[in-house]
Design a protein around this ligand. Structure first.
Ligand code: UDP
Length: 348
């Protein structure tokens, strides 16, 4: 898409963490983000930069109506289920929401002639890999998802690619590594229920709002024995979506692109960074490994640079933690998600 056309862009799942940040980035760039979300895990208060349509991703008719009513030129598709553990217990739910939901969306886009899609994929498509602890992952690395969640993301990529070939859709799948942090304005931030991610849990533990942190294993084949992850600031991630929307790609093209920094941080390094930001150590203990956790997931981000002209600018661990901490101390939406403190703060 051309830059700054003020075009309307449908953001499915735009009331969620990454979706809301992307809606803001679209707005800042001159687009009109139209959020389509069923609020099953997102927050109405996170929709601040354009119209809101309450709808389910499996409802093809409602999607078609939204595309027509708002004159949508492109779609960024986040809506779906994300908890890896839950996907193991309830895989049918994930295939229904993530895969059948994407079938509905693709059908509505085809029928309405919407020709551009940016899809929320995941490093989960790579699974355990067979990599050494210090190897980064390029896009053509073997795909071996370790969970039904990862399976559904890979299945969606295949389906989108086929639809690009068949109907001239232009598609970009962004394979996220570990999204974290919050927008510097503190209007939006992370609020999952239940929260399972390391950085918000470590902050909650440090602030006394949550349980002490359990470090899931310290006997991995990594320099300090804890898992390495590639933490990417959510504002950088949002910028990658705008870059993918504007990438100069022909009709029918499909591209899958890693969104990460290329730098791994261990769980202990994160715990230390949170402790430094808060001013005291994070209460924690060492527990068993969590099922399905690979020792290392670190992106090779060079394709994003070449194809999208994008690279991370706000993703130092200290910056991510500082922004996440400010958000956790800000009583906004998500009250109650992380316990009494936030609930109380928003009532005061
Ligand atoms: N982790 C941990 N304790 C927790 C939550 C996460 O030690 O309470 C570890 C987890 O094993 C992984 C890293 O932190 O190595 C990042 O996990 P997260 O759930 O944030 O993201 P994932 O990599 O699973 O997408």
């Amino acid at each position: 898409m051309d830059r700054g056309t003020k075009a309307a862009v449908l953001v499915t799942g735009g009331a969620g963490f990454i979706g809301a940040h992307t809606a803001k980035a679209l707005h800042d760039r001159g687009y009109l983000p139209v959020v389509y979300d069923n609020l099953s895990s997102g927050f109405r208060d996170a929709v601040r930069w354009g119209p809101f349509v309450h709808g389910d991703i499996r409802d093809e008719r409602a999607l078609g109506d939204a595309l027509a009513e708002h004159g949508i030129k492109a779609v960024i598709h986040f809506a779906g289920l994300i908890e890896v553990g839950r996907s193991v217990a309830k895989p049918d739910l994930f295939w229904e929401h993530n895969v059948a939901g994407t079938v509905s969306l693709l059908g509505a886009m085809r029928d309405r002639g919407v020709g551009r899609l940016v899809f929320s994929s995941s490093a989960a498509v790579y699974g355990q890999g067979g990599r050494g602890p210090l190897e980064t992952i390029p896009e053509d690395a073997p795909k071996a998802p370790a969970s039904p969640y990862g399976d559904t993301k890979l299945a969606c990529e295949w389906m989108i690619q086929a639809q690009c070939r068949a109907y001239g859709l232009t598609g970009v799948a962004l394979r996220y590594f570990n999204a974290a942090g919050a927008d510097p304005s503190d209007q939006i931030g992370e609020a999952h229920e239940p929260e399972t991610h390391l950085i918000p849990l470590a902050i909650a533990a440090a602030l006394g709002d949550g349980k002490p942190l359990t470090v899931f294993g310290d006997d991995f084949d990594t320099p300090d024995g804890t898992c390495l992850r590639d933490y990417i600031h959510v504002s950088d991630l949002a910028a990658a979506h705008v870059a993918a929307l504007e990438a100069d790609l022909p009709a029918g093209a499909f591209e899958a692109v890693n969104v990460g920094t290329g730098q791994g941080a261990s769980v202990f390094e994160v715990v230390k960074a949170v402790g430094q930001a808060v001013g005291h150590a994070v209460p924690h203990s060492i527990g068993a490994r969590r099922a399905g956790d690979p020792a290392s997931l670190v992106a090779n981000p060079s394709r994003a640079r070449e194809l999208l002209g994008w690279s991370a600018t706000r993703s130092s661990l200290d910056q991510i933690v500082a922004d996440a901490l400010r958000w956790e101390r800000t009583p906004r939406y998500g009250a109650g998600v992380r316990g009494e403190r936030k609930m109380q703060a928003s009532v005061d």
